[in-house]
Ligand binder design. Structure first.
Ligand code: NCD
Length: 313
């Protein structure tokens, strides 16, 4: 009998969707499905990664990503330590690199890094032996968010290949949007973007997406509507319309939703600005999978931790 060789990831850290092959993405989604199924059957997976330690290294605020990594790690039996930037030696002038080298010297297996600078996860990787998981670096990438989004679409819509996906909002400063544009186009979706012209610029065409001329055009026949918050903390004043104006021009309500294809789903990475990018009551609409995205985030992160260990000799 021939036994299939396990498919190892081609990377030893998860820094960016751009670095992943289609096979890598599909291997992570398939492993996620197995883990979700095992969790649904109440299987105890805490023996999966014994004697491993994960350090959450968050230099930027987070609710769901940090907790999701912590819960995912604990479900696999991994010890979790949370680094608190405000009470660390950063406040005494220690640099990011020295902080990373110090923590890495304690031999953690995983460093989960969130930082306001694009490229921070790559810098951390070049100074650490641990596997690095990018939990969002500036406006650059947020790979685990994108993987959980792909998993959720596959589950709810059936396939990413051939799906019409409209991404609406601030694409320029959103690391989620960049990761998703890479993932969705790699997997064969038809991606259309729309937003304030300064924040959804024509230059995105070079990434293989269509830039719509109106909200209606972007939503027309979409199977997935992916909404983004304006990243006000990352941009100079003036680029984004005021919240009321944004809602009028780009906000999704029931009427606008009716342009989409039958069975379309509504997604958002959170945090949501209610009644700005989305009418508050749509959050509980049957088409909203926003809470499912959060739920799937734990399974995707479990899959990534497991596969990264397997990819490392
Ligand atoms: C996103 C982020 O931090 O990039 N949130 C998340 O991790 N789910 C999106 C955002 O802040 O708008």
């Amino acid at each position: 009998m021939t036994v299939a060789t396990p498919q190892h990831l081609s990377v030893k850290s998860l820094l960016a969707i751009e670095d992943l092959s289609n096979q890598d993405i599909l291997a992570i989604l398939d492993e996620t499905a197995r883990i979700k199924q095992a969790c649904a059957c109440n299987e105890d997976l805490r023996h999966t990664l014994p004697n491993r330690t994960l350090v959450n290294l968050f230099f930027e605020n987070s609710t769901r990503t940090r907790l999701s990594f912590e819960i995912a790690a604990r479900k696999l039996g991994v010890d979790v330590v949370n680094f608190e930037a405000p009470s660390s030696s950063l406040t005494k002038g220690e640099s990011l690199i020295d902080t990373v080298r110090t923590i890495d010297a304690m031999r953690p297996d995983f460093l989960v890094v969130r930082h306001s600078s694009s490229g921070a996860a790559h810098i951390v990787q070049s100074h650490a032996r641990a596997a690095i998981l990018n939990a969002g670096d500036g406006a650059h990438e947020h790979p685990t968010q994108s993987l959980l989004d792909c998993f959720t679409i596959r589950e709810a819509v059936g396939a990413i290949e051939g799906a019409s996906i409209a991404i609406i909002g601030d694409l320029l400063y959103s690391r989620v949007a960049r990761s998703n544009v890479f993932a969705f186009t790699k997997l064969g979706a038809n991606v259309t973007i729309f937003g304030p012209p300064a924040l959804a610029p024509g230059s995105f065409r070079t990434l293989g997406v269509t830039v719509a001329r109106s909200l209606e055009e972007a939503l027309d026949g979409a199977n997935v509507v992916y909404l983004l918050r304006i990243q006000r903390e990352r941009q100079a004043d003036g680029l984004a319309p005021a919240p009321a104006e944004y809602r009028r021009l780009f906000g999704i309500d029931e009427t606008r939703l009716s342009f989409t294809a039958p069975g379309a789903i509504l997604m958002h990475p959170g945090p949501v600005n209610r009644d700005v990018e989305i009418d508050a009551h749509l959050l509980n609409h049957p088409c909203s999978v926003i809470e499912t995205q959060v739920e799937n985030g734990v399974f995707v992160r479990m899959a990534v931790l497991k596969l990264l260990v397997e990819a490392r000799p």
